[in-house]
Design a protein around this ligand. Structure first.
Ligand code: BQF
Length: 291
């Protein structure tokens, strides 16, 4: 039997409508418009698409988006200065520096300079630490989107065996941490596989929920999937033929119970969770100001 397709785009639109309503309420009750600063250095074609997606999504939800586009040779010191200005700017609730940054810039140095209270990407060590100890403030957007997709698709997480393929700081490690937590919509048993895992298929075939963030097109095929499993494809590989996931969709959909497509699966949810974090940042600022 063919798998049910998890429609990330439709689920995203629904959540974005919910966020829009909450943003309007914040405006009416507190005269507060959430603001997101997006910084793009260089002309990476993927990054340009992502920044555009984020700007449009903000606008639709009533969130003010401020874009800062800088040339590829923009000095690290000036980028640091820009981040510090945005940290101080009262119109800015969230700050996002689009990754990857050009090679002459130390990515960690920039990410660590962002005020953790404005770190809506959830990459600052403070927020990573808060997640690790089970007291998160901002969850990183892609893992947060994956958890939300699983919940809204009706896949039971508690007690499930989740197998994650990939151990990046952006996706693999944080999604493992989120789903293993003693918390609602979590309590899974989690295995993390990576490039040095021998006999990877022995692990992936055990998964009730298989999350693939391998960074390699079609790394997972149908024969590596347990019949009926939920398969979440985090891959965004730009090939000449278009966007392609890390899962071989054609063979996987014949075996899986539910599966996310690429495009239209996890990607739109990543953007949606960014809006959610920005709204949260605005609310937290309001609380702090005592209004
Ligand atoms: C879709 C990203 C790797 C490295 C840095 C919708 C996006 C992608 C796909 C998107 C991503 C990937 C983003 C779809 C943001 C997700 O319809 O399938 C939206 O805009 N993303 C990013 O900002 O940085 C990345 C992937």
């Amino acid at each position: 039997m063919a798998a049910e397709i998890i429609d990330g785009k439709a689920i995203s639109q629904q959540i974005q409508a919910e966020i829009k309503t909450e943003v309007e309420e914040l405006k009416q009750k507190h005269n507060l418009v959430p603001g997101l600063a997006v910084v793009l250095v260089g002309e990476d074609p993927g990054s340009q698409v992502y920044v555009k997606n984020k700007g449009i999504a903000c606008q639709k939800a009533g969130i003010k988006s401020l874009e800062f586009r800088k040339p590829a040779d923009f000095p690290e010191s000036e980028l640091l200065q820009l981040v510090q200005e945005l940290n101080q700017n009262p119109e800015v609730d969230g700050i996002l520096v689009q990754l990857p940054v050009p090679k002459h810039i130390n990515e960690k140095k920039i990410l660590y300079a962002i005020d953790p209270a404005k770190d809506v990407d959830g990459f600052h060590p403070f927020n990573v630490g808060r997640l690790m100890i089970g007291d998160p403030i901002y969850l990183p957007c892609t893992p947060a989107g994956i958890q939300e997709l699983l919940v809204r698709a009706g896949t039971k997480i508690e007690g499930a065996h989740v197998v994650v393929v990939g151990r990046s700081n952006l996706v693999g490690k944080p999604i493992a941490m989120i789903l293993v937590q003693k918390a609602k919509n979590a309590n899974a048993t989690v295995t993390v596989c990576h490039t040095r895992t021998p006999n990877m298929a022995d692990h992936t075939r055990q998964a009730d929920i298989l999350i693939v963030a391998a960074g390699k097109p079609k790394a997972i095929s149908g024969d590596m999937i347990k019949p009926g499993a939920t398969v979440i494809d985090v891959g965004v590989n730009r090939l000449e033929t278009g966007l392609c996931g890390d899962v071989d969709f054609e063979s996987a959909k014949l075996v899986a119970g539910k599966i996310t497509p690429v495009p239209g699966g996890v990607g739109p949810m990543t953007i949606t969770m960014l809006l959610k974090n920005t709204l949260r940042a605005a609310r937290l600022r309001l609380e702090k100001s005592g209004k």
